[in-house]
Design a protein around this ligand. Structure first.
Ligand SMILES: CCCCC/C=C/C(=O)SCCNC(=O)CCNC(=O)[C@H](O)C(C)(C)COP(=O)(O)OP(=O)(O)OC[C@H]1O[C@@H](n2cnc3c(N)ncnc32)[C@H](O)[C@@H]1OP(=O)(O)O
Length: 292
């Protein structure tokens, strides 16, 4: 029921944004069509898919982009030959800048709630995926970008970048399920330190506290992610999946049982004058930084 509702929301969002994002089976590989912002390929010999994010300038997660990601994730989830997916970025030095702040700044209320539902769906799909998921983090990964990475089963990151839930630095609060995902990854003490201070950790710092599992040079990220995936795919699939579900089900259920309330909370919070002011100032600083 919940999955059907999520899927119908996805379809509705897609119609609303008026863009067609079908995945086509071309000979042995799945590829995205009609889209420059997401490329999904599947190696039918190994069952390993790669999803490459390509929304310049910084892979920020807009309603349309997340809708596209969700449709691709749904498709891979139901593709019986697919066993694992590697998520990476096609944009140099940026994995994802997180949520598109422009979606939250001076928003239209209807679009704002659709935006949040679509983000919830993305997290539910990724964190709850039957597939083995690996984030090949080849660039900076703040906030929503870190959420995508933390929702995967394994994280490989190149040196020289930053990752973390930096929401408090923007004067906003990380939602409970962002925090839960981080607690699941690094435990509650480290999560509290990271989230209260809105820390953006270097790759090495992130590896030290287990936010990242492996550090490899940028030019080896793709091959290392594939090698790591192969080792995960050797584990008996049912045993691995049931274990994953046992660990993640309570975390998923917490959001599933209060999705509507969470949307309402977010919209009320985002529309507050003080939050709008913080977001406006943050956007201005980003632009100023560019001119300096
Ligand atoms: C209300 C409750 C919500 C709670 C949950 C919130 C979750 C989030 O994800 S909030 C978003 C948090 N993200 C960030 O704080 C990242 C901000 N961006 C950066 O730190 C940097 O842009 C960078 C490290 C990702 C990349 O740096 P650089 O390569 O130097 O690129 P620029 O800073 O010059 O940015 C280029 C261009 O992109 C715009 N931009 C950057 N991030 C975002 C974003 N998240 N959303 C929308 N737009 C973004 C930036 O303003 C520049 O725009 P132009 O000046 O128009 O070129």
């Amino acid at each position: 029921m919940a999955a059907r509702m999520a899927f119908s929301r996805l379809t509705r969002s897609l119609c609303e944004v008026g863009r067609s994002r079908s995945l086509l089976l071309q000979s042995a590989r799945w590829v995205t069509s009609a889209s420059k912002t997401l490329t999904v390929t599947m190696d039918d010999k190994t069952g390993i898919a790669e999803m490459s994010l390509n929304r310049p300038p910084v892979n920020s997660l807009s309603l349309e982009f997340m809708t596209e990601i969700n449709i691709a994730l749904e498709k891979l989830e139901h593709e019986k030959f697919c066993r694992g997916v590697i998520i990476t970025s096609a944009i140099p030095k940026i994995f994802s800048a997180g949520l598109d702040i422009l979606e939250m700044y001076q928003p239209k209320p209807e679009r704002l709630s659709e935006f949040w539902k679509t983000l919830q769906d993305m997290w539910l799909l990724l964190f709850g995926s039957r597939l083995t998921t690996i984030a090949a983090i080849n660039g900076h990964s703040p906030a929503g970008g870190a959420l995508v990475a933390m929702s995967c089963d394994y994280r490989i990151m190149a040196p020289g970048f930053n990752i973390g839930l930096n929401e408090t630095q923007l004067g906003i609060v990380p939602p409970f399920w962002f925090i839960d995902t981080m607690m699941h990854t690094i435990g509650s003490r480290q999560t509290e330190l990271c989230c209260q201070k809105g820390l953006m950790l270097s790759t090495e710092e992130a590896a030290r506290i287990g936010l990242v599992d492996k550090v490899v040079p940028l030019d080896q990220i793709a091959s290392e992610a594939k090698a790591e995936m192969q080792s995960w795919l050797k584990i008996p699939v049912a045993a691995k999946l049931i274990t994953k579900q046992t660990i993640r089900a309570p975390i998923l259920e917490k959001l599933q049982t209060r999705q509507e309330a969470d949307v309402q909370n977010f919209c009320n919070f985002a529309m507050k004058d003080s939050v709008q002011k913080s977001l406006g100032m943050y956007l201005e600083n980003l632009k100023k930084k560019q001119k300096e």
